[in-house]
Design a protein around this ligand. Structure first.
Ligand SMILES: [Zn+2]
Ligand SMILES: [Zn+2]
Length: 411
């Protein structure tokens, strides 16, 4: 048995992933996402397929599902938590496209139709497509993130986005023995600093700012990162506020505590969080210690209005908690010290710092994970710098493939 594969997107880049595999006459699509850049980037159109399997809710993996379900009749396999968060992000992407005037691959009605096409799986379940059986494992990246293991004479593991170390929110992914490994490679060539040290310096920095009378604004991705930050703040004596889409994600995660490392701790963290529910509360939040808010890359959301209030106060600070993609407002801030507010560039005079709370495995973690899976062949995906990891894996005796988007490959 062999597998014919093609990346419709997300092979040699981080974003818009679509992995089309043909096995035993069945066509399967793993993930189908968009890159939420300005303007968004879409993957190549998918042909009709027998089944779509979703690894997790982030838009670069899920964002094209309504396009697919409005054209073809097949189930979308996913954990319940990925479905709920994914549908929320898809509806939000329709709103953003309308507001920004982007061409839209689907409308909000298509998202409602997509909602009825999901088939729920839990970790440990297996699904069947034709003669093929596919097992599911936790990917450790965000709650509900799934690795898929295609079983048979030769087994193939597809990781989606993975994190192998335990974070506050999720337990790390464990290697699965397989013959072929299709693995993400976002952090090829880069390692993360020790997480405990990052947390310690993060809390120390916040305390330093509040002790000098400043306010801390923490721009944070709504899905995963916001909850990780709230879990860290839970143990501090600080008064912390939350605004933006992270509030909705909190509610969804509380409904699915089985996908969180400690549902009890997450509940406690959310109970300690002051939610901003109206404009009046925004003023009160600015009088507290910390405001956690979307968007993580400062391209919209309430974050900009909070920053507008503190940007000329050298006692206050912006603490970035995620990757700032090139071209985003957040990367402009890091490179030039300026931020764009409704088309106008303004100088930022408060303190700005960045902390690494990544939910992806670093280079050495990916090496250890691959060794633990001990495959013969490895296909690297979801990376714009795959060669460094490929080189290190080849030096360990693995056969490594780096297909480009649109290129046909066989394993
Ligand atoms: Zn992701
Ligand atoms: Zn991703």
């Amino acid at each position: 048995m062999h597998i014919d594969g093609m990346f419709l997107g997300g092979g040699n880049e981080v974003g818009r992933l679509g992995v089309l595999l043909q096995v035993d006459g069945s066509k399967i699509l793993f993930d189908y996402g968009i890159t939420a850049s300005d303007p968004p980037k879409y993957p190549m159109p998918s042909p009709p397929i027998d089944m779509m399997l979703l690894t997790h809710s982030h838009l670069d993996h899920s964002g094209m599902i309504p396009w697919l379900t409005s054209r073809y009749d097949m189930p979308v396999v996913s954990t319940a938590v990925s479905r709920e968060v994914g549908l929320m992000l898809m509806q939000d992407s329709v709103k953003i496209a309308e507001a920004e005037g982007y061409p839209q691959p689907y409308n909000s009605n298509d998202v409602r139709v997509a909602a009825h096409r999901f088939d729920e799986i839990r970790f440990g379940d297996t699904v069947s497509v034709g003669k093929m059986r596919i097992a599911t494992h936790s990917a450790g990246h965000i709650p509900g993130a799934t690795m898929y293991e295609m079983q048979g004479k030769r087994s193939t593991l597809l990781t989606g986005d993975i994190h192998t170390l335990d974070t506050r929110l999720v337990t790390g992914a464990k290697p699965v023995k397989c013959d072929n490994l299709i693995m993400e490679s976002t952090y090829s060539g880069r390692n993360h600093p020790n997480r405990q040290k990052v947390e310690d310096s993060f809390i120390k920095k916040i305390e330093e700012i509040t002790n000098r009378g400043g306010t801390v604004v923490i721009p944070s991705f709504a899905v995963g990162r916001t909850q990780e930050i709230l879990l860290i703040l839970r143990d501090s004596g600080l008064e912390f506020w939350l605004d933006g889409m992270g509030k909705t994600v909190n509610k969804i995660y509380l409904r699915f505590p089985e996908y969180v490392r400690s549902g009890k701790k997450l509940r406690q963290a959310i109970l300690r969080t002051h939610e901003v529910r109206n404009m009046h509360a925004r003023t009160r939040a600015l009088g507290g210690d910390v405001i956690v808010t979307t968007s993580g890359m400062l391209d919209g959301g309430p974050a900009l209005s909070y920053i507008d209030s503190i940007r000329n106060d050298p006692k206050s600070a912006i603490l970035l908690t995620g990757y700032q993609v090139e071209g985003s407002n957040g990367s402009k801030l890091l490179e030039t010290g300026m931020l764009e507010f409704q088309g106008v560039n303004e100088k930022i005079n408060c303190e700005v710092m960045k902390f690494d709370f990544s939910a992806h495995a670093g280079h050495d973690d990916l090496m250890a994970f691959a060794k633990g899976c001990s495959p013969q062949k490895i296909v690297l995906m979801h990376g714009d710098n795959r060669e460094i990891l490929a080189g290190d894996l080849r030096a360990q005796g693995f056969e490594v493939m780096l297909p480009m988007n649109g290129e046909k490959w066989t394993i």
